[in-house]
Write a protein that binds this ligand. Structure first.
Ligand code: ATR
Length: 282
């Protein structure tokens, strides 16, 4: 831990709830190793307090904050600038305070890409991907894949219409990518699954221990890889089934660490020491 003195800078995370967040442990460990005189605190911000909490970033001259559920979308109107990918995703998880000007970034998308590369040795260039879900996490995964050359994306969502709306919107931004939308129904998905290279769960299935529709993994080819953005201490049913089928797979731990490393780089202009944040997430 740093020794707090008159020059200590402050950062933190806004969330509701926030006590479960691993970011304070990750960021403070990295600050300590880097010898940066700053502390990172959890701030429990209720939705109706978000605007004044954002103003306090300027008032108290915080270096910046992370933003988590339920504020990632609602914070956008309170910021001065939004990075272009964060605007496309429609969600901000990192705010940087440059002399009172607050800029919103999304480091979940580069964090996802870094984890795909590092944990699964997967490069999206020219590949076919299936994304389960159509919310904010899907938009982050989709943007990361689209920016790095993916060829085809199928968005499969319980509410099919949400997948269709998202596919239409993203086609306008990425006209060279082939988008398809479907429900979570075997007859809609079977053909695409059988030649997909990557399956990503961006939905919250698995967070509360729910099982995945069994047909999804059965249909996938043997060299396809599976990424579950859900990070839970117990392996999710998707990852258990992927392992049983011998598919290369990873959970959202690598993404959690990589989004934190990317935020640290934005705040301090230097990357944190390798492995320090990861050792806080077990
Ligand atoms: P986030 O921003 O984290 O992506 P979200 O916008 O609330 O969160 O989206 C959650 C996603 O998980 C949605 O795609 C949701 O499907 P619906 O659009 O049909 O609601 C999906 N989801 C949540 N629980 C699910 C379940 N039990 N089965 C299937 N899909 C589920």
């Amino acid at each position: 831990m740093v020794t707090v003195n008159g020059n200590t800078k402050l950062l933190g995370i806004f969330g509701d709830p926030v006590a479960h967040s691993l970011s304070p442990a990750m960021q403070n460990a990295a600050l300590s190793v880097a010898g940066i005189n700053a502390v990172y605190l959890p701030f429990h911000v209720h939705p109706e307090q978000l605007k004044s909490a954002v103003e306090s970033i300027r008032t108290l001259n915080l270096v910046g904050v992370n933003v988590t559920v339920p504020h990632k979308v609602t914070i956008l109107p309170f910021l001065d600038r939004i990075d272009s990918d964060a605007a496309l995703i429609g969600a901000v998880n990192t705010v940087v305070n440059y002399n009172g000007i607050l800029t919103g970034f999304n480091t979940d998308a580069p964090g996802f890409l870094a984890s795909l590369r590092h944990d699964l040795q997967f490069d999206p260039q020219g590949k076919k991907a299936v994304l389960l879900g159509a919310g904010g996490a899907c938009r982050a995964a989709l943007t990361a894949l689209a920016r790095h050359g993916v060829a085809e994306i199928l968005i499969a969502n319980r509410t099919k219409q949400k997948a269709e709306i998202l596919a239409e919107e993203m086609l306008l931004h990425f006209p060279t990518i082939r988008f398809t939308a479907s429900g979570l129904v075997e007859s809609d998905l079977a053909d695409f699954l059988s030649h997909a290279d990557l399956l990503v769960n961006t939905s919250s299935i698995g967070l509360a221990g729910e099982s995945f529709p069994a047909f999804i993994l059965k249909r996938m080819q043997a060299d396809a890889v599976v990424y579950d953005m859900v990070y839970a201490r117990e392996s999710t049913s998707l990852l258990k089934s992927a392992r049983q089928r011998g598919l290369n797979s990873a959970d959202g731990r690598g993404m959690l660490v990589a989004q934190g490393e990317a935020a640290f780089l934005k705040w301090f202009g230097v990357p944190p020491s390798k492995g320090v944040m990861g050792s806080e997430v077990i």
